[in-house]
Design a protein around this ligand. Sequence first.
Ligand code: WTA
Length: 659
Amino acid sequence: MSETIQSLLHEERSFEPSAEFKAQANANDPAIYDEAYHNPTKWWEGWANQLDWFEKWHTAMEFDAPNAKWFLGGKLNAAYNCVDRHAEGDRANKPAIIFEGEPGDTKTLTYKEVKDQVSQIANALKSMGVQKGDRVCIYLPMVPELPMTMLACARIGAAHTVVFGGFSADSVRERANDASCKVIVTADGGWRRGNVVQLKKITDEALDMGCPTVESVLVLERTGEATGTVTYKQGRDFKWSETVTTQSTDCPCEPMDAEDLLFILYTSGSTGKPKGITHTTGGYLTGVYATSKLIFDLKEDDIHFCTADCGWITGHSYITYGPMANGATVLIYEGAPDTPDKDRFWRIIEKHRATILYTAPTAIRTFMKWGLEYPGRCDLSSLRLLGSVGEPINPEAWIWYHQNIGMGKCPVVDTWWQTETGAIMISPLPGITSTKPGSATHPFPGVRIKVLDEHGNGVDVAGPGATNTPKGGFLVMDHPWPSMTRGIFNDPERYEKTYWSRFPDSYFAGDGIKLDEDGYLWLLGRVDDIMLVAGHNISTMEVESALVDHPAVAEAAVIGKTHDVKGQAIAAFVILRAGYLPSDALTAEIKAHVGKKIGPVARPDDVYISAELPKTRSGKIMRRLLRDIAEGRALGDVSTLADSSVVASLKDRYEASEG
Ligand code: WTA
């Protein structure tokens, strides 16, 4: 990448927090930014102090790049902090988890009930031989037993590795083996679009391929008769109804060192085997506790609806650990957003009176495509805050979300972070920050962000109101934060090489970023996706945002395609909103719209209208595959795709249109 990434898209709109929101917000004093900036360690210690410790730390932080340790010598337990401390007193009968299954079944569990069930699961795991320091693989649908099993592991000091319930037998095997798991916790099945996903059968396939460390399998009976035949292997497989519900509800919380492993979560690297991202107990919990409280403004009567699955980091940090460390009520949903109809999320919000919604831009753009009819049917007046995560949110999607879901009154927090960062790093604070659609705004207090060019020169991003020099470049952190990963499980070399080798003693996140003249940060996507067109670095994200700004376009993916003269030429794949039909005139109009919006250099050479885009299972567009298609190459690895038929049919249609 050359020296700077140009900033092309200009956004003039700005939204102030309302006086009413500000007055009640958990954070409404901008002075916290300065305070945290000047003494981040002290700031984080203040948050760690709000957790319950069995023994206090003697040293707040130690850093020898790339290795950081926080709260050394401190002892605590994550399950104690997320469950036990709320299970007595005022919160004992407060709902901890409200669950809605895809078929429409619902269940509410109070903190007291969660404590009893987590203890029973923990005792069941112990009865299967799980001890402090062991690893447990969790392969469950999005039912309450998923977060509760995570907490049960934490309770007894076993690290969990959750494998998303949509992953294959091979993924389960690979992860269970890399983490040398002793037990797999799964279900007979889970519901997805009216069908049963055969989790136990897939687990059996994984075990048949070889999982030498797995001794036992615990099976939740979720789908029952609808599953069909489920086989149980004598001595290895145990039914939940016979193994968990019979246990005592008494199970002490293991005192864990602040730096003890809490979990491993695998991220699919673009090449090679998945990376086991590790997180430890004290620092991670401090980070997710603080960010949940300030960014989601969690209050005693909030109903926090995060639509992520616990198979992703978002489900770890902002369903299980962050909100529950705050004693909040979390709302979880098992199934698809269009089952039985495309209004399912809105029905859930209406029914359970959700106050906070945290979802992804890919979902928001899908709702835009489906049209206003669906949210329009439901009463969304309970909502008071909206969040976005996973990808840059295009300004048009931000505005749509704000107007049609938040009814113009809910602050929108666009939160940038990664599996590796554990907790949110860049985000507005809803009672302080004036937001600009498409900008994740400022580093969270206590987080130091740098924008560097390829030579490592750049700026240290200060908080709101500080004087900042505009700059485009690489997103880098050179100061540790408590919830940062402690590395890749069993592979310190790969950790160093992947994240710490681009800039000396600094963590490189892999994302492009720009700082504008008002000190706002704009995420530009993965640097591997940034295009070089006739000597200009252009972010795919900015061109996509200009495309989505056209009234006919619901979703867009942009790539740079090899070009003899320009180096790269821009090709766009777009999905139309309901009610628009493809035509040459429309394609020409869309191209012209981008040219007008951000300048002729960004005008796509080609626009392909498509019904689908290739996405990973967590909803990120796989631009690498689109590049393969556009350049007529054989398709690369498609194993992490949510639906591999999408690429094949795109490729066929692309080749037909190229003639
Ligand atoms: C992208 C998800 C722009 C980014 C929590 C990052 C974002 C990667 C945002 C991590 C955002 C996430 N704006 N980009 N608000 N949030 N990303 O590990 O490229 O699944 O590096 O963690 O998602 O994805 P991961």
